[in-house]
Design a protein around this ligand. Structure first.
Ligand code: G3H
Ligand code: 13P
Ligand code: ZN
Length: 320
């Protein structure tokens, strides 16, 4: 067992308190590999933003649990080397079992999500409570979820949103003891969040209703990529085929970040940025076969995307 404290990581408790009081949200960026990790740390150091490094169960299988632990520790040391000791959280994204959450805690995670949102309410409460009980022994923070996002959440596929029911949140939070709550208000995972012709809009009214029921409690938004249309156009220009991909308008996320929403999850936009940069190199320099020649530009584009999110959407710059 390794404690996240020995790796130089922090849990999310203090960060969320400050974010709610300050009217901004902490970026939660997913990573699977070295270039993504470097881009996240560089962007957050340059903007002086705290950050949540997110690892999905798929990412954990892809990268290996031991390597991830050292990568997170490497991220902490890298930030110091760059001259800025930003607060870094290592968080399990969409944990689906108690065993996975426990294992992540044993491998140095400072925060875990237990996603029981697809289960009946009472089962979700029971599972979440069990994870909280274990995690809190090690001062690890826990995110729960109520309501189901449309799209694919790991193996769970929902055709349409089941919005979070504001009347359930108070009961859920008090019965489980969670530290933060992910809600469903119209965001969804991936690059196809709305159908063509549909108004891309999230239900800020439900968010405000939830806030009234649990004032000052940290709220999390998943599925918050904006699917930048210039990046989609670039991918398609260089041979990609992304059709009708639509995300959450950034001004709506900015609005949400001013409220009790203190963690905003962004993964797909980063995937799009990397893909655009790599495709460009492949088309313009077909003679290249050194991975550094295409992963380097991908890392640079990713860093620029993250800095834009921090400055223009989340408002977490200069908040370390
Ligand atoms: O919510 C899902 C995240 O974007 C992670 O995706 O399960 O493909 O790693 P993944
Ligand atoms: P996006 O697919 O919108 O980037 O959402 C990522 C996410 O919610 C990770 O948990
Ligand atoms: Zn998610």
């Amino acid at each position: 067992m390794v404690s996240y404290k020995d790796l130089g990581l922090v849990n999310s408790r203090e960060l969320f308190k400050k974010a709610i009081n300050g009217g901004y949200a902490i970026p939660a960026f997913n990573f699977n590999n070295m270039e993504q990790m470097q881009a996240i740390i560089q962007a957050c150091v340059e903007t002086k933003s705290p950050v949540i490094l997110q690892v999905s169960s798929g990412a954990r299988k892809y990268a290996n649990q031991t390597i991830l632990r050292y990568m997170a520790q490497g991220g902490v040391e890298y930030a110091k080397e760059l001259g800025c000791q930003i607060p870094i959280v290592l968080h399990l994204d969409h944990g689906d079992t108690f065993e996975l959450c426990k294992s992540c805690i044993e491998y140095g995670f400072s925060s875990v999500m237990i996603d029981g949102s697809s289960k009946p309410y009472d089962e979700n409460v029971e599972l979440t409570r069990k994870v909280v009980e274990y995690a809190h022994k090690y001062d690890v923070t826990v995110e729960g979820e109520l309501g189901v996002l449309a799209g694919v959440e790991d193996d769970v596929k929902a055709e349409s949103h089941t919005y979070t029911r504001p009347e359930e949140v108070e009961d859920f939070v008090s019965k489980t003891g969670v530290d933060s709550l992910a809600i469903s208000i119209g965001t969804s995972h991936g690059a196809y969040k709305f159908k063509p012709g549909q108004k891309p809009e999230i239900r800020l009214d439900i968010l405000h209703e939830i806030e009234k029921r649990i004032p000052g409690f940290p709220i999390v938004l998943h599925g918050s990529s904006s699917v930048p249309q210039d990046i989609v156009a670039e991918i398609n220009h260089y041979g990609g085929h992304l059709k009708d991909s639509i995300g959450i308008p950034e001004d709506q996320l900015r609005e949400a970040a001013k409220s009790a929403v203190c963690k905003i999850n962004i993964d797909s936009d980063g995937r799009l940025a990397m893909t655009a940069a790599i495709r460009k190199v492949f088309v313009e320099h077909p003679e290249e076969f050194d991975p550094r020649k295409y992963l380097g530009p991908a890392r640079e584009k990713l860093k620029e995307l993250y800095k834009h999110k921090i400055y223009d959407v989340l408002g977490s710059n200069d908040k370390m």
